[in-house]
Ligand binder design. Structure first.
Ligand code: FEO
Ligand code: CA
Ligand code: CA
Length: 699
């Protein structure tokens, strides 16, 4: 398919995004969501208007930490960052900054902001790619050939734009990586690509095969923290899931009329998963992967039945359009044409559970967790052993959710545990500030009580087959979750992305990436800056430190940006010592409970040029709470995804997504040559960083 065509000029590829993102990222990842109207037109209150109201194979890898929280329960077992169990009123609690400096201490010299076309790590550390776009996953996969890519090859090779990463030790020197493949960027994958209308059928099929996820076997290099892809032998776990893999729908909405199509009259089997962004790992050793901006794959919303248009529009689908989709998939697979198959869009936007240890297993879309632009789902255990999944809906002015299972997790009882995500209660969050609205003036200045903070509640939407939302059935609440949440007074947030519980302290951390559309009249204490370019991080302390609680306290430990900007806040830490940070996206924790944050779309610039995205770490307790430092930066045009710090704290994995995705870039004029260097095309890849002397990360 080598096609030496003149340098492509794509008139549509002018960035509508005022942040740090390139036009290519806007087009291919989100379908130019920023250029479109905000999907949430509900009159749900902004918070200023709201009246204050009340590891080894199965289950070992994270069960250790989860077990501590479930069984440990007691306040003595958690840090001072969460409220005391005895205090029944979260509104009067504050986040203590207790002294736990010993465990949080991290020693490394921060990586300076830069525009290098490589992964930069602190002195004393090294990094290397582990697995790259096109690397063979299945043993019979052909070697990658950029100039002659085929759909058949791509379906056996590592997909495009890696995102969430999970690691499963296999024992000895081997392990498995699960990796999401969020989206394809055809303008960088194919020479001369001019858009979906002109795409060849083979290009479209390559795009379908480049989505989904991969399981790959990796092995430790010597005794170091470096890992490399296993490239020989049987590799019996290796697997590709694509946009065409059969996936089962389970839970209360499975089989409902809203999920039935001509190809699947039972409403129980979908082909593929789309735009899988972040995710989580269950105590029983499976992956939860979030389908995010699925709306962009559908065409002909203007031809959908009139009575379905409001729900489609609420998910960002253009219901006036009769234009082809960006990638033109509907030309090859008619199911993406909403004028013919309007329910097909209802079959995407779910949390997908995948068993990385059984390559023959059918992945499952868990309808009990609702349908959103799911960033991901991260799990923890409630005090009584029920499973809790925290979830963000990554669009401007969307909401934060959690699911609490009906039944308890039983270690080792795999058959039982596999049913836990099918029955429970889905909640949406409401955040209330404790400072007068006049003190939240949009300047970023802290209110008189010294914090952006307050209380919150988890509002139930549905429990099993019982809806809590007037006028909507349980199936409607689960399929049209955004519409349900609009009705119960949920709080509109600044792009809620990853949300995850700290396994040491029990605090829950939510990345709010940015929201340049928030008007000055729309600021509230939980989203205190208008035209929020740099985002912030919100910390939740569940009542009694119980993940199943329905009340919580919250505060903002980080208001991001250049620390010289008075509208930033680093938990009160000396701002002359911290690293600048913009657009927090994914969060992770190390075994000591330090918060790791990766960024997407750094809006900070130097000399007019956007600075690279990075990975940062910050203690959340002790005297160094707020001491945020940059640990790693990714190459030109890339975002940092899937941060993962292994339990032995000797390896940090990051997914380097969309390297070289900058305005005007193309295969004829690549903006990045990472990871292969020379004249190589950029290849989204998972990389690992380690200490060259084998030390624990940060020590
Ligand atoms: Fe795919 Fe929310 O970033
Ligand atoms: Ca306050
Ligand atoms: Ca993300």
């Amino acid at each position: 398919m080598a096609n030496p065509s003149p340098r492509r000029t794509l008139p549509l590829l002018t960035s509508p995004h005022k942040g740090g993102r390139s036009a290519l990222t806007c087009e291919f990842r989100c379908g130019n969501a920023c250029a479109h109207d905000v999907s949430n037109t509900s009159d749900n209150a902004y918070f200023g208007d709201v009246v204050a109201s009340a590891l080894s194979r199965r289950g070992m890898l994270r069960a250790g930490a989860l077990g501590v929280l479930a069984a440990g329960a007691g306040v003595a077992g958690v840090a001072g960052a969460v409220p005391a169990a005895a205090d029944p009123d979260p509104q009067v609690q504050s986040f203590g900054h207790g002294n736990r400096g010993g465990r949080g201490g991290l020693r490394f010299a921060a990586v300076a902001p830069n525009r290098e076309d490589r992964v930069i790590v602190p002195e004393g550390y090294a990094s290397a790619p582990v697995v790259r776009w096109g690397d063979p996953v299945l043993p019979d996969a052909p070697a990658f050939d950029f100039e002659n890519q085929t759909a058949a090859a791509q379906a056996k090779q590592f997909g495009y734009n890696c995102d969430y990463v999970s690691f499963f030790p296999l024992g000895g020197r081997r392990g498995l990586l699960w990796v999401n493949h969020e989206y394809s960027d055809e303008a960088l994958m194919f020479r001369g690509y001019t858009g979906g209308a002109a795409a060849t059928e083979e290009q479209i099929r390559i795009g379908l095969a480049a989505h989904g996820g991969s399981v790959v076997e990796i092995e430790r290099v010597g005794g170091s923290g470096q890992w490399k892809l296993v490239t020989t032998g049987r590799r019996r776990y290796n697997r590709r899931i694509t946009a065409q893999t059969p996936i089962k729908l389970t839970g209360p909405a499975a089989g409902s009329d809203l999920l039935k199509t001509a190809a699947d009259p039972a409403g129980t089997t979908v082909l593929g998963m789309l735009n899988n962004c972040a995710g989580g790992t269950t105590p029983w050793g499976t992956v939860l992967s979030g389908e995010e901006n699925f709306n962009q794959y559908f065409a002909m919303g203007g031809g959908a039945p009139a009575d379905q248009k409001a729900a489609l529009a609420r998910y960002g689908i253009d219901t006036a359009s009769t234009a082809p989709s960006g990638r033109g998939w509907e030309r090859v697979e008619e199911r993406f044409d909403l004028s013919k198959h309007p329910h097909e869009a209802n079959r995407f936007g779910w949390i997908v559970e995948i068993d990385p240890f059984d390559p023959d297993s059918t992945p499952v879309k868990r309808t009990a967790l609702g349908r959103l632009a799911h960033e991901g789902a991260t799990t923890t255990l409630a005090r009584d052993g029920r499973v809790v999944a925290y979830m963000g809906d990554d669009s401007r002015f969307e909401y934060v959710y959690k699911f609490v299972s009906k039944k308890r997790y039983i270690p080792g009882f795999d058959r039982h545990n596999r049913t836990l995500m099918d029955e429970g209660t889905l909640y949406v969050a409401k955040f209330t500030g404790d400072s007068p609205a006049t003190e939240i003036d949009g300047s970023g200045r802290l209110p008189a009580d010294g914090r952006f903070d307050g209380s919150g509640e988890w509002i139930p939407l549905v429990t099993g087959n019982v809806s809590h939302v007037p006028g909507m059935t349980a199936a409607e609440v689960l399929v049209h979750t955004r519409l349900a949440a609009d009705k119960v007074g949920a709080t509109k947030m600044d792009r809620p992305e990853d949300i995850e519980r700290n396994p040491v302290t029990g605090g829950v951390y939510l990345a709010l990436t940015n929201n340049t559309r928030r008007a000055p009249a729309q600021v509230d204490e939980a989203n205190p800056r208008p035209a929020n370019k740099h985002g912030h991080v919100l910390e939740i302390a569940e009542q009694r430190n119980d993940a199943a609680a329905t009340a919580f306290a919250w505060s903002l430990p980080l208001v991001c940006g250049d620390p010289n900007d008075s509208a930033t806040y680093f938990a009160g830490f000396d701002k002359t010592k911290v690293s600048p940070i913009s657009c927090p996206d994914n969060v992770a924790f190390d075994r000591d409970g330090n918060l790791w944050i990766s960024t997407d779309g750094n809006a900070l610039t130097s000399g007019g040029e956007r600075l690279n995205d990075g990975l940062f770490v910050m203690p959340v307790t002790g005297p160094e709470r707020g001491y945020l430092r940059q640990f790693l930066t990714v190459p030109i045009g890339a975002e940092t995804c899937g941060p993962l710090i292994t339990q032995d704290q000797r390896s940090v994995f990051v997914a380097v997504q969309h390297p070289g995705e900058v305005d005007g870039a193309s295969p004829e004029a690549p903006a990045s040559h990472w990871p292969d260097g020379g004249a190589g095309q950029p290849r989204p890849s998972v990389a690992v960083a380690w200490h060259t002397q084998g030390k624990k990360i940060g020590s």
